[in-house]
Design a protein around this ligand. Structure first.
Ligand code: HEC
Ligand code: HEC
Length: 525
C-alpha cells in the first residue's frame, strides 16, 4: 500500500502535456470525460454522462491520485503516465474542492510536520481518525450514499478494522454504515454553494511578476521576486530571484500545474535542491501562499507568500519583526507601493530616526535608530503608501519553543530519518502584563531527559543531536548493543532553547519524542 513522497509527486506534477479543464486555458487533447469513459467505465457503469462511484465525489488533486493509486494497486488498472495525469487534472478541475472547503485540511496537503489533526469530536476521532488523519476525510465531499459506500470499502478491504484497537470496543460497522454517513454528509456535503460559486468564477491567469516573502525556520527567511509564465500545455513555469536575511542572493526555477483553478503544485530547483510547492491562489487571483518543502524530507521547508507586483500598497513582510529600544537595526520591508517620497517618508513612529538605504517600489531598506526610552509595544510603520507593524521591546521575557511537542524519526535502510525543526519564539512583557510576540530569536539548543526513565536509559546520549539552527537530527535506526536490551536509539527528551539577551539568558522548553521509522508516506497522511 505504500507510495513514497517523491514518486507520488511525480504523479502530481508531471509532464505538462494536457490543458486544464474547467478553469482552464488550453483545451485538453482528449476531453477528460472521454478518458474516464475509456479507462474507467468498464468497472464504473456510465449512466448519461455520470459514472457510478466516480461522479458523486469531490476530492483534492492528492485525493484523486490516492484513489487512482488504489485502482492500480488493488484493482489492477494500469494507466500510462500521460493518461493518469490528464484524468487527475480533469477530475480535480471538475470535481474538486472550493478554496473555502479545502482551507481547514490544508495542513495535510502542505505536509506540515507536527500539525495537530482536526477535531470533529470524540466519535469521529475514534471512528475515522485513528488510522489516518481526519483531514483525509475532511478533504472530500460526498453525498450520504457515497460516505456509506466508503465505509463498505473500508470494511471490505481492510477487514481487521473491526478487530483492531478502538474498533472492537464498539459496533464499528453498525456506526460506520448506520448514523455516521449522514453526519459526514452534513459536515462535508457533495453539493455546496461554495463549489458552484467557485466553478462559476473565471480562470485566473497567474502570468506576471510577483513579490515574494518566505519564512524558513532556523533563521533563513528570504524575500525577492518571481516571474511566472505559461508553459505550453497549460502549466506554468516560475523564475525566482531571492535574497535571504544574510544578504545571500540565489535563484531558482519551478514548474507547476494549477488544479481546480487555485491549487498550485510545483517542483522547484533552488540552491541545488529540489523542493515541492503546495500553494493556494486567493479568490481574487492576487496572492499565492502555502508551504514549500524538500522533495525527500517534507519536514524541512517553510512558508511562502507571493503577491502580484504593482497591486495595492501593502507591506508583505518586515525583517526583523521586532526592534530593541536603544539599538540601530537594518530593516527590510517587501511589498507593493513602498518607495518613500518626500510626501510620504518612511516612518517608524516616535523616537525612531530612519535613514533610507534602499528605496524601491517593492523593497525598502532603512536603518532605524530607536531611542533607549522608546516605548515597548506594537507600533505602526509606514513607507510610501503602505503600512505595517513592528514590535518594540527593552528585554526578552519569555522564550517559547515551537512546536511545543514534536516527533523525530530514526533513519536507516529505506526510510530516511525525519528531523525536527524548532524555533525559539521570543516575547516581552508589557507594563499592562500582556505578552508581546517578538518573533524567532537565535538560541542555543540542547536536550535533556524528559523524565526519570529517560534519564535512566540516557536517551539524550543516543537519540540524536541538535545543529546550531534548532534542528534535531535523529540517529540511525536499529538495535544498539550499547543500550539496554540492545534497544533502538529512541528517546523521550526535553528540548531546551537558551537565548541570550544582553547579560541575561532566557530559557524555553519543549518536548521531543524520537521514535521509529515511518514506512508508509501516502499523499494525505
Ligand atoms: C478493474 C476495475 C476498475 C477500474 C478499471 C476502475 N475502478 Fe475505480 N473502483 C473499482 C472498485 C472495485 C471500487 C470500489 C472499491 C474501492 O474503492 O477501492 C472502485 C472505486 C472507485 C472510486 C470510489 C473510491 C472512493 O473514493 O470511495 C473512485 C472515485 C474510482 N473508483 C475512480 C476510478 C477511476 C477514475 C477510474 C478510471 C481511471 C477507475 N476507478 C477505474 C474498480 C475499478
Ligand atoms: C482501521 C484503519 C482505518 C479506519 C478506522 C478508517 N480508515 Fe479510512 N482508510 C484506511 C486505509 C488503510 C485507507 C487507504 C489508504 C490508501 O488508499 O492509501 C483509507 C482511506 C480513506 C480515504 C481515502 C479513500 C479514497 O479513495 O478517497 C478516506 C476519505 C477515508 N479513508 C475516510 C475514512 C472515514 C470517513 C473513516 C471513518 C468512517 C475512516 N476512513 C476510518 C484506514 C482506516
Amino acid at each position: 500500500m505504500s507510495i513514497g513522497l517523491a514518486k507520488y509527486w511525480k504523479l502530481v506534477v508531471s509532464a505538462l502535456v494536457i490543458g486544464m479543464g474547467g478553469h482552464a486555458a488550453a483545451a485538453p487533447a482528449v476531453p477528460g470525460q472521454e478518458l474516464v469513459r475509456t479507462y474507467c467505465s468498464g468497472c464504473h457503469r456510465e449512466n448519461s454522462g455520470s459514472f457510478e462511484r466516480i461522479s458523486a465525489i469531490r476530492k483534492t488533486p492528492e485525493g484523486w491520485v490516492m484513489t487512482l493509486f488504489r485502482m492500480r494497486q488493488v484493482h489492477g488498472l494500469v494507466l500510462e503516465d500521460a493518461v493518469h495525469d490528464s484524468i487527475v487534472r480533469y477530475l480535480a478541475d471538475t470535481q474538486g474542492l472550493a478554496p473555502s472547503e479545502s482551507a481547514a485540511g490544508r495542513f495535510a496537503l502542505e505536509r506540515r510536520p507536527n500539525a495537530q489533526d482536526m477535531d470533529l469530536g470524540p466519535e469521529i476521532s475514534v471512528m475515522c481518525g485513528r488510522c489516518h488523519s481526519i483531514a483525509r476525510a475532511a478533504l472530500q465531499r460526498r453525498d450520504e450514499e457515497e460516505w456509506r459506500k466508503l465505509a463498505h470499502t473500508h470494511v471490505g478491504q481492510w477487514t481487521s478494522i473491526e478487530y483492531s484497537a478502538s474498533g472492537r470496543d464498539r459496533p464499528w460497522w453498525q456506526i460506520a454504515s448506520g448514523p455516521l454517513p449522514a453526519k459526514l454528509a452534513a459536515l462535508y456535503p457533495l453539493s455546496t454553494t461554495a463549489w458552484t460559486d467557485w466553478k462559476a468564477l473565471p480562470a485566473r491567469d497567474l502570468t506576471g511578476n510577483w513579490v515574494v516573502s518566505g519564512h524558513m525556520p532556523g533563521g533563513k527567511d528570504f524575500f525577492g521576486k518571481a516571474r511566472i509564465d505559461r508553459e505550453e500545455g497549460g502549466g506554468y513555469k516560475a523564475a525566482y530571484q531571492l535574497t535571504d536575511v544574510t544578504d545571500f542572493e540565489f535563484a531558482g526555477e519551478s514548474k507547476a500545474l494549477v488544479y481546480t483553478g487555485y491549487e498550485w503544485r510545483g517542483s522547484a530547483q533552488v540552491r541545488d535542491r529540489s523542493w515541492r510547492e503546495v500553494y493556494a491562489l486567493s479568490e481574487d487571483g492576487n496572492r499565492l501562499s502555502g508551504r514549500w518543502f524538500d522533495s525527500e524530507h517534507a519536514e524541512e521547508g517553510g512558508e511562502w507568500t507571493a503577491i502580484r507586483e504593482g497591486g495595492a500598497a501593502e507591506v508583505l513582510a518586515l525583517f526583523p519583526q521586532s526592534l530593541r529600544a536603544g539599538s540601530t537595526t537594518l530593516v527590510t520591508m517587501v511589498g507593493n507601493g513602498l518607495a518613500s517620497t518626500r510626501g510620504a517618508p518612511a516612518s517608524f513612529g516616535d523616537t525612531a530616526k530612519v535613514t533610507v538605504v534602499q528605496n524601491e517600489a517593492n523593497r525598502v531598506r532603512v536603518l532605524v535608530k530607536l531611542a533607549a526610552n522608546a516605548t515597548p509595544g506594537m507600533r505602526k510603520v509606514s513607507t510610501g503608501g503602505a503600512t505595517g507593524k513592528v514590535a518594540v521591546y527593552t528585554q526578552i521575557d519569555q522564550i517559547d519553543v515551537v512546536p511545543a511537542y514534536a516527533i523525530a524519526r530514526l533513519g536507516g535502510g529505506k526510510a530516511a530519518p525525519v528531523a525536527a525543526q524548532f524555533e525559539a519564539m521570543a516575547s516581552t512583557r508589557l507594563p499592562n502584563g500582556e505578552l508581546l510576540p517578538l518573533g524567532p530569536m537565535t538560541a542555543d539548543w540542547t536536550s535533556i531527559p524528559f523524565d526519570a526513565e529517560a534519564k535512566r536509559t540516557e536517551d539524550f546520549k543516543y537519540a540524536g543531536h541538535f545543529d546550531a539552527r534548532g534542528r534535531f537530527l535523529p540517529s540511525a535506526a536499529g538495535p544498539n548493543p550499547a543500550r539496554e536490551f540492545s534497544g533502538d536509539n529512541v528517546g523521550n527528551l526535553t528540548v531546551v532553547a537558551r537565548a541570550t539577551d544582553g547579560s541575561r539568558s532566557v530559557e524555553g522548553r519543549g518536548h521531543l519524542v524520537v521514535t521509529v521509522q515511518r514506512w508508509i508516506t501516502p499523499p494525505i497522511y
